[in-house]
Ligand binder design. Structure first.
Ligand SMILES: NC(=O)c1ccc[n+]([C@@H]2O[C@H](COP(=O)([O-])OP(=O)(O)OC[C@H]3O[C@@H](n4cnc5c(N)ncnc54)[C@H](OP(=O)(O)O)[C@@H]3O)[C@@H](O)[C@H]2O)c1
Length: 257
């Protein structure tokens, strides 16, 4: 029996085997939503699928646009129209100014940006044709402002936030909604390489998933949390750089130690 809190019957999740989207898949499947779970084939994906008969595996690589289109067609033929797509693939690569690791930079730009637009391209045409649907994209608060040691992840998420703005402006009155989900630090394998002392206001993947699901049914343009980090970074974005740069340096020096 579907839980009336959530208006979706069929949902597609990319990055479904990951920490945050895996939690979303578990919570929504328990509430009666059928989940089409996409990630590359792995034990993590098998484990997720084994947890609920409502979670169906649709393994694919988000960097293969043709495979994603075929995957979406198969999901819709087998499960019905996708009402909500949560695009949650992503990676973090450390960024060392004195030893810039180009491979990590290129890989994160490719996965975090191309992986999102490939999935949008696969699912959006059908939603537009049906004049209904909802796409939620995992961004990050760190896309709002430059941050020390965050050159690759921050640049990729800034691109995703800008892409979401462009899409959302144009989707107006089409029946298709778009949400950008911008969390701060979440305790997941994605940022295992990041210095734990520097993870401000970090939360668990479960808490992150609950916060997303508390707002997603209302289809807001943005879901951003925690409030402290969100307000700080968005304010920094609006200030003249002569003020915001010293402010961020002060914040990093005093609050991360
Ligand atoms: N953790 C944080 O602090 C944080 C904060 C803000 C935003 N976010 C964003 O939230 C999203 C989820 O983050 P997370 O921490 O839950 O990450 P995660 O646990 O590392 O999960 C990443 C997911 O992406 C999948 N993936 C990676 N490459 C793929 C590919 N080429 N094709 C298909 N799937 C692929 C992974 O599965 P396979 O590798 O097995 O394919 C996995 O399911 C990301 O967009 C991330 O940037 C995270």
């Amino acid at each position: 029996m579907a839980d009336k809190t959530y208006p979706w019957k069929v949902m597609w999740i990319t990055g479904a085997s990951g920490a945050i989207c895996g939690e979303v898949a578990r919570m929504l499947s328990a509430a009666g939503v059928t989940i089409a779970a996409t990630a590359r084939p792995s034990e993590r994906l098998n484990t997720l699928v084994a947890q609920s008969e409502r979670i169906k595996p649709y393994p694919a690589n988000v960097l293969d646009p043709a495979a994603l289109k075929e995957t979406v067609a198969r999901i819709e033929a087998e499960l019905g129209p996708i009402q909500l797509a949560l695009l949650g693939t992503g990676m973090y690569a450390p960024f060392d100014l004195r030893n810039i690791e180009l491979d990590g930079f290129h890989r994160s730009m490719t996965l975090n940006v191309d992986g999102v637009i490939n999935a949008v391209a696969a699912v959006l045409p059908q939603m537009l044709a049906r004049k209904t649907g909802h796409i939620a994209i995992m961004g990050s608060l760190f896309g709002y402002s430059g941050w020390p040691e965050n050159g690759s992840y921050g640049a990729s998420k800034a691109a995703v936030i800008n892409l979401a703005e462009s899409l959302s402006l144009e989707l107006h009155n089409t029946g298709v909604d778009l949400t950008i989900v911008n969390p701060g630090f979440v305790d997941t394998p994605l940022n295992a390489a990041y210095d734990p002392k520097k993870k401000l206001f970090v939360m668990s993947a479960e808490k992150c998933a609950r916060k997303i699901l508390a707002k997603l049914p209302r289809k807001p343009y943005e879901i951003a949390f925690p409030r402290e980090v969100s307000v700080f970074l968005k304010t920094a974005r609006c200030l003249p750089r002569a003020i915001s740069f010293p402010l961020i340096r002060w914040f990093v020096k005093n609050l991360q130690s």
